[in-house]
Each structure stands twice: as structure tokens, then as C-alpha cells.
Design a protein around this ligand. Structure first.
Ligand code: HEM
Length: 324
């Protein structure tokens, strides 16, 4: 499949975004148009590099011990996380910062997503080794029903997304089904690592600097989507002035959300206690992925704040987060 065909095969292609990028910036994008860093060559370049680093890391680790394999599970997923963040933000960045670079980023999102899949395939391989060769360690020290359901759902999404990234898989879905699958999948696969690092920072209390880095990168990636959505709403409804009360409430919620995103440790315990107070909610926590959603609450607040700020009701017609 050629690069053009590959891009055409993706319903979520970047043509809508492309048309909004100033043509002047495109003239200066010679390097970013190089075939080496676009499409399949970009995919191979990144996949082979991360695979080489994974093999090098493996060579220095005792793979016959469960601790060694567990270490490789963490190691390999760290290669994957930046790519799902890049994919999540890819449609938003050209809206916020139109440039040749953000256009390149958005245009190559399909390949960045496939690189994420390669890195996750490494993690899947190490999980397979751990659960099969060290099953007593796996089921005593690692296995936890809710994590297993979260992780397995993630892999199911990933497999379906990879298969439907190619024409042979895509032809079994309508355009609308494809969009639902890929949007839900990207959100889920972003939510998993984002929440892992949120808990590392605000609950377990022994976060490393890389945990901070991944938490804030994940936060910024989602924030970019909210900001791009807000910008589109504000642009479309420039003639409609939201009520002052809505704008003020919106600003307050955005400030609250931003503050909460940096202070999770201060409110996590009491919020979890409140949210899991009812028996049905405590029960859901045992198996429902991410429930009761503590890591995402600041982003919900920022999203609702943006909605109010950009004219919650005045701008009802352009309420269309899914366009991104
Ligand atoms: C059934 C599937 C899965 C299993 C059994 C599993 C298991 C594990 C294990 C054993 C670790 C290492 C924990 C430690 O060293 O303390 C880990 C870490 C991690 N996993 Fe998974 N995982 C699964 C799916 C996923 C998925 C779908 C994602 C989403 C991207 C993901 C993201 C992560 C992250 C972000 C870490 C932390 C890495 C770090 O230390 O920085 N996992 N997982």
C-alpha cells in the first residue's frame, strides 16, 4: 500500500486539518516532507529503533527471573506511552498551533499509532512470558481482576484498531463504526497510562521523575483536545456572546480543574471515600475499569468550564467534540 493509499484508507485523515494550515508554512516544510520521516518509512524507523533498544535492555537483564520479566514489562510500555499521547493530541495541535510541524504530526498519526502497537506488542510478549513461565508469581504478585480487565480491554481495542487500520479489516466496518472504534480505543489507551501515572504521583507516593513526565504529557495531550474543541466553538460562534455568568463559571471551573490536576494527593482520599460511599459504587470499583475516575475529574472540570466559557447553551449547535 502506498502512503497516499494508506492515508486515504483512514476515515480520520487529516484533510480537514490540512486545509486550515496556512500554505506559507507548508513552503518551509521541505524536511518534514522527506519520505524518510513520513508514512511507512517513519513507522519502520521508529519501530526498529524502539525494538533495538528493547533487545539491548533485555540483554542486560536476567530474563529467567520473574522480576527481570516484570521489569521488561514496565520498560517496554514506557516506549509505547509517548506514542499514544502523540496520537491523542494529533488532531488538536494543528488547530491550536498551525504550522508545518503540527501538520506533519497530524498527517502521520496513523503511523504513530502503529508504532504504539509495536511497543505494546513487546509488552504483550513479556506479559505472555511472565504469565506462562512464572505463573505462580504472576497470579500471586501481579494478577488483580480489575487491572486484568483494564489491560485486556486495552489489548482488545488495540488489536481491533490495528486490524481496521488496513483496508482488509476496515471494509468490515462502516465509516461511523470505524470512527467510534478508533475514538473509543484512543481514549481508552490514553486513559490507561495516564491513570497509572496519576496514581503513582498522588497515591503510591514513590514516584520517579519519569512518572511526573508521563503524567504531565498525558494531561497536556488531553488538555490540547479540550482547548482545540473550545477554540473551534469560540470561532464558530464569534457573533454569539455567552452570558457573563456562564463565562465566569467557566473560568472558575477551568482554574479549579487546573489546580486539582496538580494537587491530587490533597483530595484523592476524601473524594474516593465519597465516590465509593454507596455500595453499588464500591462494588463497581472492584471490576469496572478506572472507576470512580479520580484521575479524570480535573479534566472533566476543565471540559465543562470550556463548554460554559464558550457559550454552553448559546453555542448548542456547534457542540461537536467528536469532530476532533
Ligand atoms: C492484561 C494486560 C496487561 C497486564 C497483565 C499488564 C501488566 C503490567 C505489569 C506487570 C506491569 C509492571 C508493574 C510493575 O513493575 O510494578 C505493568 C506496567 C504498566 N502497564 Fe501494563 N499490563 C497490561 C496492559 C496494559 C495496557 C493495555 C496498557 C496501556 C497502555 C498498560 C500500561 C502500563 C503502564 C503505563 C505501566 C507502568 C510502566 C512504568 O513503570 O512506567 N498495560 N503492566
Amino acid at each position: 500500500m502506498t502512503e497516499t493509499e494508506a492515508q486515504a484508507s483512514s476515515p480520520e485523515d487529516s484533510s480537514a486539518v490540512e486545509s486550515k494550515v496556512p500554505s506559507r508554512s507548508m513552503k518551509h516544510s521541505g524536511l518534514l516532507k522527506s519520505t524518510v520521516i513520513n508514512g511507512w518509512p517513519l513507522f519502520w524507523l521508529l519501530s526498529l529503533t524502539l525494538s533495538a533498544f528493547t533487545l539491548i535492555a533485555m540483554s542486560g537483564i536476567d530474563m529467567s527471573s520473574p522480576d527481570g520479566v516484570s521489569h521488561m514489562i514496565s520498560r517496554s510500555v514506557r516506549w509505547a506511552v509517548p506514542f499514544i499521547y502523540l496520537v491523542l493530541a494529533s488532531a488538536a495541535v494543528p488547530v491550536l498551533f498551525p504550522s508545518a510541524f503540527t501538520h506533519w504530526w497530524s498527517r502521520n498519526r496513523r503511523y504513530l499509532g502503529l508504532v504504539f502497537a509495536v511497543a505494546m506488542a513487546w509488552q504483550g510478549t513479556f506479559i505472555f512470558i511472565l504469565s506462562n513461565l512464572h505463573s505462580s508469581y504472576y497470579y500471586e504478585d501481579v494478577y488483580y481482576l480489575r487491572d486484568e480487565l483494564e489491560g485486556s480491554s486495552g489489548y482488545l481495542f488495540l488489536a481491533a484498531m490495528v486490524l481496521t487500520s488496513f483496508r482488509f479489516g476496515r471494509r468490515h466496518l462502516t465509516g461511523a463504526q470505524w470512527k467510534v472504534l478508533h475514538r473509543c480505543g484512543v481514549y481508552f489507551l490514553w486513559a490507561y497510562p495516564f491513570s497509572v501515572y496519576w496514581w503513582a504521583l498522588y497515591y503510591y507516593g514513590h514516584a520517579e521523575s519519569i512518572d511526573y513526565f508521563f503524567y504531565w504529557m498525558g494531561f497536556l495531550a488531553f488538555l490540547a483536545r479540550i482547548a482545540a474543541w473550545g477554540k473551534r466553538r469560540a470561532t464558530r460562534s464569534s457573533s454569539l456572546q455567552p452570558e457573563a455568568l456562564h463565562r465566569s463559571a467557566g473560568i472558575l471551573l477551568i482554574i479549579l480543574g487546573l489546580s486539582a490536576s496538580a494537587t491530587g494527593g490533597a483530595w484523592q482520599a476524601s473524594v474516593t471515600e465519597i465516590l465509593t460511599g454507596p455500595a453499588w459504587s464500591a462494588n463497581l470499583e472492584l471490576w469496572l475499569p478506572f472507576w470512580p475516575l479520580e484521575p479524570f475529574l480535573p479534566l472533566f472540570a476543565i471540559g465543562i468550564g470550556t463548554w460554559l466559557f464558550t457559550g454552553a447553551f448559546e453555542n448548542a449547535e456547534s457542540y461537536d467534540l467528536t469532530r476532533q
